[in-house]
Design a protein around this ligand. Sequence first.
Ligand code: HPA
Length: 269
Amino acid sequence: MYKKILETAAWIKERMPNKPLTAIILGTGLGRLSEKIDKTLCIPYSSIPNFPVSTVEGHSGQLIFGKLGGKDIMAMDGRFHYYEGYNMKEVTFPIRVMYELGIKTLFVSNAAGGTNPSFRIGDIMIITDHINYMPENPLHGPNIPTGPRFPDMGEVYDPELVDLADAIASENKMKLKHGVYLATQGPTYETPSEYRMFAHWGADAVGMSTVPEVIVAHHCGMRCFGVSIITDLGVNGKIVKVTHEDVQKAANEAQPRMAALMEEMIRRS
Ligand code: HPA
């Protein structure tokens, strides 16, 4: 696996027009941010050696290099989900490659169901911590020596970046929530009992991504910042039927706010 990571990184390095220190995973709710990137190079995943190919609707699957918020950045337009059938090594492969390319800070977004009763559909939640409820840890197996065998997880989401988000939000009179994101393997949304259990465990929102990538990024010493768009509510009395279309619709409505926040975060971080 490590050999493949190095091979892919070397292939990209030969083509990379700049040397970004910041990477973004354009998950649900951040697709629109890609329009704001002053792009110098887009590489479809299908042409990158060893790269998995994204299949899920709403994710196009390319690596973007360019400028955003005055900074050189690289962005993953489309990510790999465990529920699509990829294993954890595949899901997190791009993060390992990013590390080899010199990335120091990772910005991630996702759509999530709110389990906190004070949340509303369309809220933007800054992820302050996570619960890994996926069936496998992406660090399972021989340790890749970017970090220790048993990594500390006390402060995975960079507190300075959380403070920066709060400062930007208050300057722009934008309301942000803070909360704990719990990741399931999906692809099922939750039963009412599961939402209730996750809330009891301390989760404010539940989704099907992000945690594997963040665990690996943290193991690589990257600063991590994550945001969830609350697209539906798993709160007693407010549970309605959820469809992928509803999730996309709620995420699309929050996109302009989310994109503005991320661009400013990148400008100032
Ligand atoms: N559960 C899990 N994943 C999700 C949800 C949810 O309610 N909403 C958007 N992604």
